[in-house]
Design a protein around this ligand. Structure first.
Ligand SMILES: Cc1cc2nc3c(=O)[nH]c(=O)nc-3n(C[C@H](O)[C@H](O)[C@H](O)COP(=O)(O)O)c2cc1C
Length: 493
């Protein structure tokens, strides 16, 4: 049975001993963030927290509890996607992509369900009244001050929704996008939408602006955990995140028609903010915001969302996260993406064996890649391929090593790469788009990238000296020591 709702996930976390309930009143202004930060800095990510009595800015108690750090450990991330190991999802995708036609008619037939797996669980219309429509505020009833939006860090420009599924539609192709973009409250019924220029929601907005049409936007919170995660996944613009969520949970995501705009929203969502952006309106100031780089992102101009309705479940949980100096909860969301997307990267760059984005590299700053190197220049080929690939194009530093290196162990990856570098020969610089959050690039979203070739060099690459071997004890000696280990009285193995 797949997890239908955020409440079911919170309950599952509670049963698994992964959740701490905070019953004391805690302010949504900074206090909640400080407590959540201390949890997220615990080894392995700390516990999930359910703040049962958040205190709003006017001093009143929030009617809605806040769930935070719900995805913030390897175990909880796997629980959210209903697997014991995140690599299992990558393996499912690998199977899907293996198109080798088996021998024999019956075996060939068995290929069919595999091919259909991705499209087996498209989103479906919810029958009857959707849980997300149990309570409805329309028009003048909309008051975002009544929701527990967080002011996370002292210099933040306002209070934020930090764990949203922002739903928009491509006006040309009609394809839906669901993106996780933070939104800042600017008034009782207005928000600033922080979709960065490289993201699909921003592309939809540019297309609507070109047509001069009002853009419907829904911001859904909560619902089933795979849908919540999928909003953060870097899927191509042609893939609907709710189809992908259906694949992850092996069940359809049920959708309901929004009440005041022409979009569909997850029926099981805890909250939905419906509204629109008028591209003719001036942009508004968003930020500063204590960001996942560990530094404040500067204030900038973003489109304003007018909220026409807020709908919710009768007993919703308000999901939130915080970002800041790493590691934070988003490391685990990003880690799921890293594992799930490995087979898709391999599809176009088949020599990739593994890759890893360590927490301190906050995804775009540092990517380790191991490759099965067969010919000269292959490390550069991989760098160029990755810099040409979706959001990987924003990677600032790429470090390429040989296939035997465990890139998920950053110490091992650096040890080998630094040993194998002749800096002048093995460093490649190129120019291109860089992440909106990169505060060091010479201009906004444009700057340089560096690739480090930490692979073994070949004679064709101009290396004519002998290449040294890694130090390792011989098997004979290891076996002899194993045999006498117990008698040595040493406490480790
Ligand atoms: C916690 C969290 C917060 C994020 N905030 C933003 C944001 O404010 N703006 C943004 O453009 N991307 C943000 N991202 C990254 C996007 O969710 C991610 O790039 C996603 O792939 C975008 O979806 P899209 O490819 O459909 O545009 C955030 C990711 C996480 C995990």
């Amino acid at each position: 049975m797949s997890l239908e709702s955020l409440a079911a996930f919170v309950e599952a976390l509670d049963r698994a001993g992964e959740l701490v309930r905070v019953t004391q009143p805690v302010s949504v202004e900074l206090e909640l963030c400080e407590i959540a930060d201390r949890a997220m800095k615990q080894p392995g990510g700390g516990p999930a927290l359910l703040f049962e009595h958040p205190v709003l800015r006017d001093g009143s108690r929030s009617a809605y509890p806040v769930g935070i750090n719900l995805f913030g450990s390897m175990r909880r991330m796997a629980m959210a996607l209903e697997v014991t190991d995140l690599d299992a999802i990558g393996a499912r995708i690998t199977q899907l992509l293996e198109m080798k036609v088996p021998e024999g008619f019956v075996a060939k037939l068995s290929l069919l369900p595999r091919l259909l797996e991705l499209s087996k669980f498209p989103p479906r219309r919810h029958d009857g009244r959707a849980p997300c429509h149990e309570v409805v505020w329309r028009g003048d009833e909309v008051d975002l001050d009544r929701l527990p939006l967080l002011k996370c860090w002292p210099e933040d420009g306002g209070a934020y929704i930090t764990f949203p599924m922002v739903i928009t539609r491509d006006p040309v192709r009609g394809i839906r996008n669901v993106g996780m973009y933070r939104v800042m409250q600017t008034g009782k019924a207005t928000l600033a939408m922080h979709w960065q220029r490289h993201k699909v929601g921003a592309a939809h907005w540019r297309a609507m602006a070109e047509r001069g049409e009002r853009m419907p936007v829904c911001i859904a919170l909560g619902g089933d955990p795979p849908s919540m995660y999928s909003a953060s996944a870097p899927l191509p613009p042609t893939v609907d995140e709710f189809l992908f969520a259906g694949f992850l949970r092996r069940d359809h995501v049920r959708l309901a028609k929004a009440l005041t705009c022409d979009l569909e929203v997850p029926a099981e969502a805890d909250f939905v903010l419906e509204g629109y952006i008028d591209p003719a309106e001036p942009l508004v100031t968003e930020g500063p915001f204590g960001d996942h780089t560990g530094f404040y992102s500067l204030a900038d101009l973003y489109p304003q969302v007018h909220v026409t309705a807020v709908t919710m479940r009768r007993q919703p949980v308000f999901p939130a996260t915080i970002v800041g100096r790493p590691p934070m909860e988003d490391y685990y969301l990003g880690h799921a993406t890293e594992r799930i997307f490995l087979p898709l990267l391999r599809l176009t760059v088949p020599e990739i064996v593994d890759y890893h984005m360590p927490a301190e590299g906050i995804f775009h700053n540092l990517v380790f890649v191991s490759i099965d190197k067969q010919y000269p220049g292959q490390a550069q080929k991989v760098m160029n391929a990755l810099w040409g690939q979706g959001l990987m194009s924003l990677a600032k530093v790429l470090v390429v090593v040989d296939k035997w290196v465990n890139v998920r162990d950053a110490q091992e990856a650096w040890w080998v790469a630094l040993n194998h570098l002749d800096p002048e020969r093995d460093t490649r610089f190129t120019m291109g788009p860089v992440d909106v959050l990169d505060h060091a690039s010479r201009t906004f979203t444009y700057g340089s990238k560096m690739g480090l070739d930490g692979t073994r060099k070949l004679p064709e690459e101009g290396f004519t000296r002998d290449w040294p071997r890694v130090i390792a004890m011989d098997d004979e000696t290891r076996k002899r020591v194993d045999a006498k280990w117990a008698s040595l009285g040493l406490p480790w193995r």
